[in-house]
Design a protein around this ligand. Structure first.
Ligand code: HEM
Length: 141
């Protein structure tokens, strides 16, 4: 007969101050991975307006009056959407850099420098995101 044990909460987030770099890397990687999955649905919803737009006449499309172009312009005119785009870039860049780092670790590369490579992913993500701000926010206000 099987027995069950009360092992308590295994990942106790109340102890976040004690988390190591590796634990933060794990938390951020999970968080960013699932944010990207959630974003996919928004992305598909916006792109699907191009199906209807494809039926518009060439003149309507050339003038940017089709539903796809109008949807994009409408979204870009909302300031919070511009900030969300910066956040999405941050999430995607971190996930990619940390993901490549994890793949290298899986190959046995940089096993002794895992903390340093995690911090490098964070710093590089920050630099890329800061550099992107003018692109995303120009004309937003
Ligand atoms: C170049 C791009 C990407 C790289 C290099 C990458 C890399 C990785 C790696 C190595 C893992 C496994 C981490 C582990 O060992 O636990 C992972 C997990 C994951 N990735 Fe990515 N990924 C990329 C793009 C994406 C995209 C575009 C999405 C979503 C649309 C995504 C969603 C996820 C999710 C949901 C997980 C599982 C998170 C969990 O542990 O619950 N990834 N990724």
């Amino acid at each position: 007969m099987s027995q069950s044990y009360d092992r308590g909460l295994i990942e106790d987030f109340g102890r976040w101050r004690e988390f190591s770099a590796g634990m933060w890397a794990w938390v951020f990687h999970k968080f960013t991975g699932w944010v990207l999955i959630a974003y996919l649905f928004t992305h598909i919803a916006v792109l699907s307006t191009s199906i209807e737009a494809a039926d518009a006449s060439a003149a309507v499309i050339a003038n940017g009056e089709d539903v796809y172009t109008q949807t994009l312009h409408g979204l870009e005119s909302i300031v919070i959407v511009r900030f969300l785009e910066v956040g999405l870039l941050a999430v995607a860049v971190f996930h990619i850099l940390n993901g490549v780092r994890l793949l290298l670790v899986d190959l046995g590369l940089g096993l002794e420098q895992q903390d340093k490579s995690f911090y490098a992913s964070l710093v590089l993500t920050g630099a890329i995101v800061v550099a992107s701000v003018p692109t995303f926010l120009t004309g937003a206000f």
